[in-house]
Design a protein around this ligand. Structure first.
Ligand code: XMP
Length: 513
């Protein structure tokens, strides 16, 4: 679905912050797209972009295979902002000089600005910026002037105001750059002339109209997991075509306490959707019987999901479209080195394209997660669903170490519910990005009253993270940990020991399996 909003291009040179730049631009209410540096200049020209941002990247421009875009990008008459490696590349291509330094300039750095620069309009003359580079621009190209310096960087920023080319050695997109958003806004609004027309309310309206046109009087099928993405996608389609949409929600018996009921309630009662809840607990649990290997568990659950959906789709007869909650980070191609190699987990709810649908509908394909949440709120989806922490497709199966039994599921469900309740009571649900309990397969000795026990150990896991690729263990106050521990021991039969996981990712993963 093409956007009618004005847009900016972020050309990705493999930097770890490329997606962050895109999110920041969207936060400035400007729609943007992220494309690899190899994108042909003709495609860029056809894209109708109002500005181009070159991301950073891990290379030195003198590396043999360092990423370089088509130099004709500078002949399109479009304003360009180069960031870090992107700044050096601009200097290099346009005839300046990039040199290598003995020492890396890394971290928070004091930078002094020339406030007559359009980029630093209304900024403070001195401020802290985030630097991470070894190479630096030692001579600016013809037509450029230096607009910021730091102790170790003779060109912390430069510009050619005639051609609207700007470059910054630091990272405006990183929070540590105190006025980074101001510099970005100056580029977007003052250099590119963007009017900030990217708003969630208009996204929802436009998308609903386009979906109506695309779907016409045909039928749509959606696999609803109750997670944010599939919920928002389904509600958008439902707003467009109402009962032409049928959602299937599979209860595989590995959900958290009351989860199935609450999802059913929201979508059936509040939204009056055609929702089929498939109670497939037996089907999944019998297949999982005795299985201990985590990947085997994932595989079984993933395959069984597809079988269940196929069965349901068959029952419904002719279905024309499949709706999926794919979001932008799932689809952007970096096309560059490591950043491309790190892929999120395969979503087990995803259906193969060959199960007989005419087309796929992905209304969130161009949204970042925070935008999906905003769209969800705009659509009236309850906050508890919109702000829900991620829950893996294989559910509690990968939080029970070893084989899965009804009894273990019951223990884990109760323990998990207590942890979630206490997190909510203490406001930690807003600040901790993922938190859950794990049923370890350790039994240990304890004493309760006068008797000796030999029972299960529950591990508590809570992390803070920006992207789930890396994570830090959450510093939960001791009294909250104590409360959770006491409650689980007292309220959940079969547990006599609680431990708190204090490993970050890496080296550990967030889940235990
Ligand atoms: P890890 O454990 O790899 O998890 O640090 C990173 C994020 O991915 C989630 N996760 C999964 N999600 N299917 C999913 O849909 C899976 O098999 C799966 N494994 C992990 C995990 O909960 C965390 O948010």
């Amino acid at each position: 679905m093409e956007t009618k909003h004005e847009k900016v291009l972020i050309l990705d040179f493999g930097g770890q912050y490329s997606q962050l730049i895109a999110r920041r631009v969207r936060e400035c209410n400007v729609y943007c797209e992220l494309l690899p540096y190899t994108t042909p200049v003709e495609k860029i020209e056809d894209g109708g972009y109002k500005g181009i941002i070159f991301s950073g990247g891990p290379n030195s421009i003198y590396d043999e295979n360092s990423p370089k875009c088509d130099e004709k990008v500078f002949e399109l008459g479009i304003p360009v902002l180069g960031i870090c490696y992107g700044a050096q590349l601009m200097a290099h291509i346009l005839g300046g000089k990039v040199s290598s330094s003995e020492i890396k300039e890394y971290g928070k750095t004091d930078v002094e600005f020339n406030l007559s620069s359009l980029l630093f309009h209304q900024a403070q003359q001195k401020n802290v910026c985030w630097m991470s580079h070894t190479d630096y621009i030692s001579e600016v190209p013809h037509g450029f002037k230096v607009t910021a310096i730091s102790d170790n960087c003779p060109v912390a920023a430069m510009e050619d105001i005639k051609r609207y080319f700007f470059a910054v050695q630091f990272h405006p997109e990183v929070n540590h750059t105190v006025e980074g958003m101001l510099y970005l806004r100056n580029f977007l609004y003052n250099a590119c002339g963007c009017t900030a027309d990217w708003k969630m309310s208009s996204f929802v309206e436009d998308t609903v109209a386009k979906l109506r046109e695309q779907i016409g009087d045909k039928k749509v099928f959606c696999a609803l997991s109750g997670g944010v993405d599939s919920s928002v996608a389904a509600v958008l389609v439902h707003r467009a075509v109402g009962k032409q949409l049928t959602c299937v929600f599979v209860d595989h018996g590995l959900l958290r306490k009351d989860e199935g009921d609450s999802v059913e309630k929201v979508f059936k009662e509040q939204f009056d959707m055609n929702l089929i809840r498939v109670n497939a607990q037996e089907r999944f649990l019998s297949k999982l019987y005795g299985v201990t290997d985590p990947n085997e568990k994932r595989k079984i659950i993933g395959e069984e999901f597809i079988r269940v959906f196929e069965d349901e789709a068959k029952k419904l007869g002719q279905i024309d479209f499949l709706c999926q909650g794919t979001i932008y980070p799932d689809v952007v191609e970096s096309g560059v080195g490591d950043a491309a190699a790190i892929k999120p987990h395969h979503n087990v709810g995803a259906l193969p394209e060959n199960i007989g649908f005419e087309g796929i509908i992905e209304p969130l394909r161009y949204l970042f997660k925070d935008e999906v949440r905003k769209a969800g709120l705009e659509l009236g989806i309850p906050e508890f669903l919109v702000w829900r922490q991620p829950f893996p497709g294989p559910g509690l199966a990968i939080r029970i170490i070893g084989d899965i039994t009804d009894q273990k599921l019951a223990i884990l469900r109760e323990a998990d519910a207590i942890m979630r309740e206490e997190f909510a009571n203490n406001g930690l649900d807003k600040t901790t990005h993922q938190y859950f309990t794990v049923l370890t397969n350790i039994r240990s000795v304890g004493v309760m009253g006068d008797g000796r026990t030999y029972d299960n150990t529950i591990a508590l896991r809570a992390v803070t993270t920006d992207d789930f690729m890396t994570a830090d263990w959450a510093r939960i106050p001791y009294d909250v940990l104590e409360k959770i521990s006491n409650r689980i021991i007292n309220e959940v039969k079969g547990v006599n020991r609680i431990v708190y996981d204090i490993t970050s990712k890496p080296p550990a993963t967030i889940e235990w399996e």
